[in-house]
Design a protein around this ligand. Structure first.
Ligand code: ZN
Length: 319
């Protein structure tokens, strides 16, 4: 079964050469993606600062745009195995052809001018998914990091959501603080999407979603990509104390609470500590087997691995 995944940070770490040839240390690269049935996903460009420390627009652009160039370079050098996609038809074509379908997601909107002057240009450059914040404050809103003062989106943040709606850029609420989530919910006209987050009822972490937030996601016909990071799966979880079952637990909880059509995968590969039993992308087939043993039938798995994403991406980009 082919898997479309909501989030990885691989391109923030790997050169095109290492991604194409294979890399022993990352969670994801092209040879292992093929081996595992990893058919594509949102590929995040991400600039690290200490959690909570701000990031300037100049530095964000200087570091992010070369990462986008890496995605293009991979497509140029390995176009028979990799495609940078900007619409659902392109993703489906790539998946049918056996090419890894990558969509450019930017984690943290620091690359965007506070007055949105360059957003259209970023769209033309291929941006189709945008996390408003990482764990830090920016011109648009506040992340769940140490700088969080519990304020919601700024007026620029609300304008950014509206313009993303118009252009057809997915707005990712992962990493947003609770008031910011509420402001996106009140502003957006598209499905609410948390590309990589879990259920707070099972693991009380600020990166996870409360039952009320899950309900808001259901109301907009949105989606949660279940995150494989051990600390978001289980409080105090470590790579050896958390097994694959915990991933299925979160998916099952969200499915029970708001419906299977709102559950997908959002691995956070190369941005997370994943269970040792999963190890890397090649652990996905074992995870899918476990879902099946836990009662998820073929139809359920088809939804979780692609058709829920297909619906939400279509509604967001073409709606
Ligand atoms: Zn993240």
């Amino acid at each position: 079964m082919l898997i479309f995944d909501g989030h990885n940070d691989t391109i923030s770490r790997l050169t095109p050469e290492r991604f194409i040839a294979g890399d022993g240390e990352s969670h994801l690269d092209l040879p292992r993606a093929g081996e595992a049935g990893f058919a594509g996903g949102l590929f995040a460009t991400f600039v690290h600062t200490e959690s909570g420390d701000p990031l300037s627009q100049a530095r964000a652009l200087a570091e992010v745009m070369p990462m986008v160039d890496r995605l293009r370079a991979i497509e140029q050098r390995a176009g028979d195995r990799f495609a940078l996609c900007t619409d659902v038809a392109g993703i489906e074509q790539a998946m049918n052809d056996g090419r890894c379908a990558a969509v450019w997601h930017c984690e943290g909107a620091e690359i965007v001018d506070p007055n949105l002057d360059n957003l259209d240009e970023l769209y033309r450059a291929g941006l189709r998914s945008l996390g408003l914040v990482w764990n830090r404050t920016n011109a648009f809103g506040m992340g769940v990091g140490p700088a969080d003062t519990d304020e919601g989106l700024t007026s620029q943040g609300r304008a950014l959501v509206r313009r993303c709606n118009e252009l057809g850029i997915l707005v990712d609420v992962s990493h947003l603080n609770q008031p910011g989530f509420g402001d996106v919910a009140r502003t957006t006209e598209r499905p609410l999407v948390a590309t990589h987050a879990n259920a707070r009822r099972l693991c009380d972490h600020p990166r996870n979603l409360s039952d009320d937030q899950l309900t808001a996601i259901r109301r907009t016909n949105g989606l949660v990509g279940v995150n494989f990071h051990v600390a978001f799966l289980k409080v105090g979880g470590t790579t050896h104390s958390v097994g694959l079952d915990a991933i299925v637990d979160h998916a099952a909880y969200i499915a029970d609470r708001i419906g299977l059509e709102h559950v997908a995968l959002g691995s956070d590969f190369d941005g997370a500590d994943v269970p040792a039993d999963l190890a890397d992308v090649t652990g996905l087939p074992a995870l899918l087997d476990l879902f099946k043993r836990r009662g998820f039938d073929e139809d359920a798995m088809a939804r979780i691995t692609w058709s829920n994403w297909q619906r939400v991406l279509h509604a967001t980009w073409d709606g």
